[in-house]
Design a protein around this ligand. Structure first.
Ligand code: B12
Length: 363
């Protein structure tokens, strides 16, 4: 058992993962999953319907790894560092530019980058375990019906922080996770202690008050959800809070003391494309369908679609306090896309108010 465990650790390191561990799959071993049904019932998932998938018995699939994967005995969890040597949105100065989240700056979509490495670990495991007819394995990055951070914590990869992110004492939280479910009973790791202490920086910094309490995120208010997952209108009351975040948001991680000394990633496919770090809002709002396709081919940013990215750039212009955007917003308020047009009208009104009363922008 421990020989296989060591082999998994070695294979993960060879594949380029910084951290790897093994978690059990039983409900009692993963007590945090018990919060999931209440989280769904409270509407925290917003319009992310896939989070509410149920099995034939009507049980939420994500509430139990054991029920979703009855054949599984263990789950291998691997983490890949995506930190980049580039500024944070908290160091922002130029009002004409917005912020794409750090995780999407890379040359390639992280799903592919992590999955390719997981497959290497899976192949090594299958070879070492002896390919029997009963051996089952399944790899996921994001898309499986399981809470990757919960299993990562129980594999000993870090603790679940007050911002709900997995935090490692040396690596911080700029980590992608990937999992390999297996029918093999492997020796599990032990969880690390919670080191958030009395710190509340992540909770206090959130401009949309997305944390109803420490360790809980109301995803329906999270800027990441509003700018990536939410289609159509961003609720009017949250538009100002989105600031100049045009794809995802890193604020609750940028202020985390555990990220101060986080090492930089050496993964070639995750090195930042300079044009995606703090991009010009005018560029994003003006992207044609073809330019969007060309610029974001193979990039995680594609998920927002052109319409979503332009909508977000328009909202950001309205929050910029930069009166030079007024004529752009006037033009965009007649855009053929009704979502762009309605957001541009509101953004223009916000910006005009701010231009008339600059003090209001600061508040
Ligand atoms: C849906 C999703 C989102 C949603 C919802 C996020 C969320 N917190 O749930 C949105 C779009 C908002 C989002 C945002 C981000 N995401 Co995301 N996301 C996911 C996804 C696909 C599912 C997450 C999930 O199941 N959430 C369900 C809720 C219930 O989980 P939770 O909030 O962690 O809840 C736990 C605790 O809060 C606690 N809890 C909940 N209620 C209560 C109540 C009480 C009383 C208590 C004590 C505790 C408690 O227990 C819960 C577990 O049951 C995962 C991949 C996966 N399959 O796991 C990636 C994932 C979590 N995301 C990831 C990333 C990188 C991000 C962003 C950083 C991207 C960005 N910069 O914009 C942000 C971070 C925002 C944040 N603070 O979480 C990484 C996280 C890596 C890490 N180090 O933690 C993952 C693992 C993807 C990956 N493969 O790497 N994401």
């Amino acid at each position: 058992m421990s020989a296989l465990r060591q082999m998994v650790q070695r294979a993960a390191a060879q594949a380029g993962f910084e951290l790897a561990g093994i978690a059990p799959v039983g409900d009692e071993a993963l007590p945090e999953l018990a919060h999931f049904p209440a989280w769904i019932a409270a509407g925290r998932a917003g319009e992310m319907d896939y989070m509410q998938a149920r099995d034939e018995q009507g049980r939420l699939r994500r509430a139990s790894v054991q029920q979703a994967f009855p054949w599984a005995r263990s789950v291998i969890v691997c983490a890949l560092n995506y930190n980049a040597p580039a500024p944070c949105s908290t160091e922002d100065t130029d009002p004409a530019r917005g912020w794409i989240s750090r995780y999407a700056w890379g040359q390639k979509d992280y799903h592919e980058v992590v999955m390719a490495r997981l497959r290497q670990v899976e192949a090594a495991l299958r070879a070492a375990a002896g390919e029997g007819p009963d051996l089952q394995t399944r790899c996921y990055v994001d898309t499986g019906p399981l809470l990757e951070r919960v299993v990562a914590a129980h594999a000993g990869l870090g603790w679940l922080g007050k911002n709900t992110c997995l935090i490692h004492p040396k690596m911080g939280s700029w980590l992608f996770l990937g999992v390999i479910l297996t029918s093999l009973e492997l020796e599990a790791g032990a969880p690390l202690p919670d080191r958030c202490g009395s710190c509340t920086r992540c909770l206090d910094v959130c401009p949309t008050q997305a944390f109803p309490a420490p360790y809980q995120l109301d995803a329906s208010r999270c800027i990441s959800y509003l700018t990536i997952e939410k289609r159509g209108e961003i609720p009017e009351g949250l538009q100002a809070g989105v600031g100049r975040h045009v794809f995802g948001c890193d604020l609750c991680q940028e202020v985390c003391p555990w990220n101060r000394k986080a090492p930089v990633s050496a993964v070639p496919e995750l090195q930042p494309r300079p044009e995606l770090v703090n991009p010009a809002l005018e560029w994003l709002a003006g992207l044609s369908e073809e330019e969007f396709r060309e610029n974001f081919r193979g990039s995680a940013v594609r998920r927002a679609k052109r319409s979503g990215l332009r909508r977000n750039a328009v909202v950001a212009m309205g929050n910029s306090g930069d009166a030079r955007f007024l004529p752009h917003l006037e033009r965009l308020s007649h855009d053929p896309d009704p979502v762009i047009a309605s957001h541009a009208r509101r953004a223009r009104a916000r910006l005009a108010r701010a231009a008339a009363d600059p003090q209001a922008v600061k508040g």
